[in-house]
Design a protein around this ligand. Sequence first.
Ligand code: DQA
Length: 146
Amino acid sequence: MKLLVINGPNINLLGVREKEIYGAQTYESLLDYIRQVCDQAGVEADFFQSNHEGAIVDAIQAAYGNYQGIVINPAAYTHTSVAILDALKAVSIPAVEVHLSDIYQREPFRHVSYAGMACVKSFYGLGFEGYRQAVLFLKEREEARP
Ligand code: DQA
């Protein structure tokens, strides 16, 4: 099975940005962590990060026919982007939403997730572990398919 892992704006600045919220580990170490999880699970993964909404929409569209699952942390676009929601719906690839922080314990504007409305599952507030859970969830879902 092949997964696309998408990270949105400012996730490339992990380890620099608001460490008290997002931790001290870098984006590269996040990718290493997910690679290791995928290797152990026997899952192939490609990675995409962008600070641009349209580029994320393009990546989701390009996933059509090429991936069996999407793990997505749309970051700030979670709370604003109907375009990302529509793209996820359009390709109907099973998608899991991940947030490092618990968006429901933060400012009220973070309590709405548009992307989440097109996702089969959400993990939030677990740090890197959320990505591991997302990969394993998608793998088990794929294996359970008749
Ligand atoms: C985030 C939560 C968002 O509200 C925020 O804009 C981010 C990161 C998270 O992973 O906790 O950039 O998606």
